[in-house]
Ligand binder design. Structure first.
Ligand code: NAD
Length: 258
């Protein structure tokens, strides 16, 4: 029997890892692509005997992306699955928003953010579209509330995430009615417990951290993963080209200095 297939980039840690877990628990086959080989090995250990294909790959590298999609195709054939992809989650990227003052920002550094977030999403989308069209699938791009608002010295990250939002509505128009394309803008999501063992931390939040969120807490990777599940489902069948903030209401809170 053919099972639904999700491809999740940056799937070995953080939001991507929680998303991998959600889809495995929901009975999907999942291909997780992540450039950190240790995190990929730990992901495999975390979900033994599950229909998970995990591979170390840098999604901003054209040759590596081409190769990994061939491997995914082979894995699907070995599992007697028909061709096609139900979901692509473009989540991988340099999660650190701070690039330092623009006057000191080197071109190489600028490119690090654009390559991981934007080029990675472009390459994985291009490779997925034929399969997504076969199954009337969906794409979910993980952008950021920083595509909508800023702290100082986040130009590289903001530009990459803003680009991802624009690519979302452009793709929705180009790929409809076959493929729906949406984005999520996470706010502050605590990923400490979802890192590979060497980097794992337990959250320590102050009252002020919680109170700046109208919902009264900092976000968790599962908050984003659940929104991906919804956007991938038929219940979101009339939603495309949109972005939704998953931020505990933080971007809606007006702040005046005392
Ligand atoms: P994370 O660092 O915990 O996980 C990101 C994963 O992506 C890592 O495992 C990393 O190895 C992988 N990765 C990075 N670049 C890659 C590349 N070029 N190829 C393949 N894999 C790559 O980060 P996270 O906090 O879970 O962030 C996931 C996504 O959510 C990112 O796009 C980030 O910008 C976005 N986001 C996070 C937050 C937050 O507060 N955590 C807020 C807004 C947006």
């Amino acid at each position: 029997m053919t099972m639904p297939l999700a491809i999740i980039t940056g799937g070995a840690q953080g939001i991507g890892c929680a998303t991998v877990e959600r889809f495995l628990n929901a009975g999907w086959r999942v291909a997780a692509l992540d450039r950190d080989p240790q995190a990929v090995a730990e992901l495999d250990e975390r979900f033994p005997d599950q229909p998970l294909f995990a591979m170390a790959v840098d999604v901003s590298d054209e040759a590596q992306v081409k190769e990994v999609f061939q491997h995914i195709s082979g894995w699907q054939q070995e599992g007697d699955q028909s061709e096609g992809i139900d979901l692509l989650v473009n989540n991988a990227g340099l999660a650190d928003p701070e690039c330092g003052p623009i006057e000191a920002l080197s071109l190489d550094n600028w490119r690090l953010w654009q390559e991981s977030h934007l080029t990675g999403a472009f390459l994985c989308t291009r490779a997925s579209v034929p399969g997504l069209r076969k199954r009337q699938g969906a794409i979910v791009n993980i952008a950021s509330t920083r595509a909508l608002q800023s702290e100082p010295h986040c130009e590289s990250y903001a530009a990459a995430k803003g680009g991802l939002l624009s690519m979302t509505h452009a793709l929705a128009v180009s790929l409809g009615p076959d493929v729906r394309v949406n984005a999520i803008c996470p706010g502050w999501i605590e990923t400490g417990p979802w890192q590979k063992q060497a980097n794992r931390t337990q959250p320590e939040h102050r009252d002020v951290d919680r109170e700046q969120h109208p919902v009264g807490r900092v976000g968790e990777p599962e908050d984003v993963a659940d929104t991906v599940v919804f956007l991938a489902s038929d219940r979101a069948g009339f939603i495309t080209g949109q972005h939704i903030s998953v931020d505990g209401g933080m971007t809606r809170k007006m702040i005046y200095a005392d």
